[in-house]
Write a protein that binds this ligand. Sequence first.
Ligand code: FE2
Length: 231
Amino acid sequence: MSTSSRRRLDADPPLLFPDYRATRTRAPKLPLVPFEHTLSELTGPVYGHERIGQGDHDLTQQFEGEPLGERIVLHGRVVDDDGRPVPDTLVELWQANSAGRYRHVVDRHPAPLDPNFAGAGRAVTDSDGRYRFITIKPGAYPWRNHDNAWRAAHIHLSLFGLAFTQRLVTQMYFPGDPLFFQDPIFNSVPDRDARELMIARFDLEQTVPEWALAYEFDIVLRGRDATPFEE
Ligand SMILES: [Fe+2]
C-alpha cells in the first residue's frame, strides 16, 4: 500500500471545505512540509498477528449480551488499481451504536449508550484481500456543524499497510440514505462518482437468512476507482 502520488488525489476531500465548519480552523494555512521517513518508520513492524483476537471482527460478541439494533455483515476486498488483492492489511473499524451514539467522552448526543456495544473492531485481509465484520447498523447523529445538521449513517475505516506511515482512513455509507444532501463531510469529496465509491452495496447473496442483512464495501487503494480517503 502506498499513500504516495500514485493515488488519484483529486478524489480525496480537500483539507479546507468551508461547509464542513471544523476545517476552517483545522486546515493548514501554509503549504505542507514533507518529511523524509526514518528507516524504522518504514521497516518497523506495524502489528503482530497474534494481537488480533479471533472475535475482533465481530462487534456483536464482545460483551456478555448482544447489542441492540440491526445486525449486519459488512464485507469486501482491499484491492489495488488493477483489482489485485492486498492481503495482510489491518482493517480497523469504529462507529456509533444503533442509536447514533459513540462510546466516547466527547459525544454529548443524548441518545443511549449500549452496554453491549463498544463500536470498534478489526480484521486482517486474507490472501484474496477479503475482510469481514459482523456489527450493528449505526444510527445517524446530530453534530452542530450547521442548523439541524445530521451525519448520514456511516462507519469509519482505517487501513494500515506495511508500515505505520502507510495509513488510509475513509468512511463507508449506506445506500439510499436521505441525509447525503446535507452532510458536508460526505459532500467534501468533490466528484459525484467518487462519492458513490464511499457507499456500500446491499448484498443479498451474503445476507444470512433469519439473521442479518449484508453490505459489500470494496476499498480500492488507487487508480480511477480509488476510494476517497481523508488526508
Ligand atoms: Fe462518525
